[in-house]
Design a protein around this ligand. Structure first.
Ligand code: CA
Length: 219
């Protein structure tokens, strides 16, 4: 899953980037409202963390701009503590959730998981497909109840396909959702990850739709 963090406080921005990367997100970090607005408009994120107090363009204006453009990615806003009017304005502007600073990192991670699940139509934190179960909280994948060891990128690919199961996902789409913007992307490596996932999880799970991409279906 790909996440955009728009946060001007250098320490918090870096802390978010590191923690989210460790949780298998592909993370882009924008340091001001202008850069954040541009990235949110041009890159296909699965979720966005948006600070409201930002240099150049404030967070509320950024959010209103995205929504006016029809960009419906889930957005969690970071508000100043006890500023209830910021929360109200943020939700009215199209935010899906909010957290007051200072916040607990585990709570932020849980809220992001929930936003991604809901946006992709899943109610439970454990997503299953036939014999395969992926626990979005622990990052644990099991096959018939047995834990399967996956590398970070194998997990990222499977995570995206599991959230989009039944739908055709192109290699280009997978590439955009498992790599951050500054990463030297090579869509051929996606094929390698899919090949390894098939070896580890059985050949029937990830189907190839000729000329279009992959589709994860209940075997
Ligand atoms: Ca700020």
């Amino acid at each position: 899953m790909r996440v955009l963090v728009v946060e001007d406080a250098p320490d918090l921005g870096e802390q978010l980037r590191q923690r989210l990367s460790a949780e298998a997100y592909a993370v882009d970090l924008a340091r001001d409202g202008e850069e954040g607005r541009f990235l949110g408009e041009t890159e296909p994120y699965d979720v966005i963390v948006l600070d409201l107090g930002l240099p150049r363009i404030d967070g509320l204006s950024v959010l209103r701009h995205w929504r006016a453009k029809g960009i419906d990615v889930p957005v969690l806003i970071l508000t100043a503590r006890a500023a209830w009017h910021e929360k109200v304005q943020g939700i009215d502007a199209g935010a899906d959730d909010y957290l007051a600073k200072p916040f607990n990192m585990e709570e932020l991670l849980a809220r992001l998981r929930a936003l991604i699940r809901r946006a992709k139509g899943h109610a439970s934190a454990v997503i299953t497909c036939g014999p395969v179960a992926l626990d979005t909280r622990s990052g644990r994948v099991t096959l018939n109840g047995e834990v399967v060891d996956l590398t970070a990128y194998e997990y990222k690919v499977l995570d995206y396909l599991m959230h989009r199961q039944g739908q055709v996902v192109s290699r280009a789409e997978l590439t955009e959702h498992v790599y951050a913007q500054d990463f030297d992307r090579d869509s051929n490596t996606i094929e390698v990850f899919v090949g390894r996932l098939r070896r580890k999880l059985g050949n029937g799970l990830i189907g190839t739709v000729r000329g279009l991409g992959y589709r994860l279906e209940t075997p």
